[in-house]
Design a protein around this ligand. Structure first.
Ligand code: F6R
Length: 240
């Protein structure tokens, strides 16, 4: 695992944007994306670089990690809208080359199976990840199989509480999601994980130093041959 420590959130975002920018310039084909609070600054800075250099993304395909079940693509709290607002609408990527699971699919289980097939067929060059305070990656909560495929999952109370900040009321946070599985994520050629803030420090320490365990899903990344972690000082404060 290659660990890059930055001073703060802004520097983490800048370093991550620089990292992905290099990959885009060298013709990366399929980029796996994440949502949540952590990558917002990264998307801002990456967009700036892309537009300053008039770099076209017409040959790029993106696949997101997850989507809430029950939220349609136009719902303000859906990850579809998040991606539009923070990235897609600012660049020239063709909409038909941006994939997220459909949160309103009639059968979420079939949607997850179809998504798994899509991701496996595309093959991810670089997967961006955040990390939950409980060590989740995507929506693979503690106890998820380390070789799991894309599927329907129940969110833990901890994750529902953590994500309530994006909703008006906690009751509005969906209880389920479709997520890429850990096994699916591990098949990406390269992984870039971002972490910021003291509330992530324990999970980050376990991911880097702890034993590999389903109880902290991110620990599985120790088994991937090409992982870079860009984390700020606070997130790395408990790591040796
Ligand atoms: C988002 C995702 C999640 C988040 C994680 C951290 O697509 O899959 O695993 O990366 O919950 O979220 P933030 O960045 O809001 O702390």
């Amino acid at each position: 695992m290659n660990i890059i420590e930055t001073k703060n959130y802004e520097d983490m975002s800048e370093a991550a944007a620089g990292y992905v920018w290099l990959r885009l310039q060298s013709g990366m084909r399929v980029l796996g994306l994440a949502t949540g609070g952590t990558p917002i600054g990264f998307y801002e800075r990456l967009t700036e670089r892309i537009n300053t250099h008039s770099h076209s993304l017409k040959d790029l395909t993106t696949v997101n990690l997850d989507e809430y079940i029950g939220l349609g693509a136009a719902h303000p709290n859906s990850y579809h809208v998040y991606m539009q607002e923070h990235f897609f609408k600012h660049v020239d990527i063709p909409p038909q080359q941006t994939y997220l699971p459909d949160g309103k699919a009639a059968s979420p289980e079939k949607e997850a199976d179809d998504y798994e097939k899509l991701v496996t067929e595309l093959g991810i060059d670089l997967q961006l990840l955040g990390i939950g305070a409980n060590g989740h990656i995507g929506f693979n909560e503690p106890g998820s199989p380390l070789d799991g495929r894309s599927r329907v999952v129940d969110l833990t109370e901890e994750t529902i509480e953590a994500n309530a900040r994006f909703f008006e009321k906690e009751e509005q946070v969906p209880r389920q999601a479709v997520t890429m599985g850990i096994g699916t994520i591990m098949e990406a050629e390269e992984i870039l994980l971002l972490a910021s803030g003291a509330e992530k420090a324990e999970a980050v320490r376990d991911m880097i130093e702890g034993p590999v365990t389903e109880e902290v899903p991110a620990t599985v990344l120790q088994r991937h041959p090409n992982v870079t972690v860009i984390a700020d000082r606070d997130a790395l404060s408990l790591t040796q």
